[in-house]
Design a protein around this ligand. Structure first.
Ligand SMILES: [Zn+2]
Length: 280
């Protein structure tokens, strides 16, 4: 715990650096790929973080207002940070900022050392947090990476949410339990733009998982474990689908998916799978 106290502003910052290393080991975060942000509560901070002292300010370079996020504390990975060595240099690779959205700036409270700034996907992170908080007050984390099998899947399948959600569910039985709402997909767009942030956060109203074709995936959740587990499950199913390839003949059927839903009282996305079969 002393190590934690000296090196990190809160326990979850340590969990995030550990997860970043794991994701790099999985091949999901090459070079400086991937970014993470997490809403922190003041009571979760170690006592020696100065919340009211002089800080460095980083201007917000896109239009964004949110009464849900204004004043909140956010842990966020730095632009250009390498997930491979985040554990070794946490104070350089992540930062704790206070969102001063009224003042259109971020106040750096810890980290981002050496003049660092938040990830270039800041717009996507802030807009997605806002949307998820509006549908789930317990929401905390937005996680983006380049999970290999998911990106491969997007090169093979059209950006069709119903088709991709169903094929992920039909490939691996646990999927419909883990993401009963399915997956959202946005059209391809240049990264690091507010336009991509708006499209992604729009999808976050319905989905906790949003896929960026030819690029990667985002997951939102109430904990580090939950967001990581969502991506892990989608990537696993995409991996099996690619392994089985065109030889596959025995996917789960829609009737088997309905059986899983009915037996377990799953609240599945009805736009993807109609549960009621009309009696004739
Ligand atoms: Zn990316």
């Amino acid at each position: 715990m002393e190590v934690l106290k000296n090196q990190y502003p809160c326990t979850v910052a340590y969990e995030i650096t550990q997860m970043a290393f794991t994701m790099w080991q999985l091949g999901w975060d090459e070079r400086n790929g991937g970014n993470i942000s997490y809403i922190v509560k003041e009571e979760e901070l170690v006592s020696d973080i100065d919340l009211h002292g002089e800080t460095r300010h980083i201007p917000l370079n896109f239009d964004f207002e949110s009464s849900l996020l204004d004043g909140k504390l956010l842990l966020i990975t730095a632009s250009g940070s390498y997930f491979r060595n985040m554990l070794d240099f946490p104070e350089k690779n992540i930062g704790l900022v206070r969102l001063d959205l009224t003042g259109k700036k971020l106040d750096v409270l810890w980290g981002l050392e050496g003049g660092g700034v938040p990830t270039s996907e800041l717009a996507t992170h802030l807009m997605s947090h806002e949307t998820r908080l509006s549908v789930d007050p317990e929401h905390r984390i937005v996680l983006h990476n380049h999970a290999t099998n998911i990106v491969a899947l997007t090169l093979r399948e059209p950006a069709d949410e119903k088709r991709v959600s169903l094929l992920l569910w039909k490939t691996l039985t646990e999927c419909i339990f883990i993401f009963p709402e399915g997956v959202g997909i946005v059209p391809w767009m240049p990264p690091g733009t507010a336009k991509l942030g708006k499209a992604t956060s729009g999808k976050m109203e319905k989905f906790r998982i949003v896929i960026w074709p030819g690029h990667g995936i985002l997951a939102a959740g109430n904990s580090v474990e939950e967001a990581f587990g969502l991506i892990e499950t989608v990537d696993k199913s995409a991996n099996i689908y690619m392994l089985a390839g065109s030889q596959a003949e025995y996917f789960l059927t829609e009737d088997q998916l309905r059986l899983l839903c009915n037996e377990n009282n799953l609240q599945v996305n009805k736009e993807l799978l109609e549960l009621q079969i009309e009696e004739v």
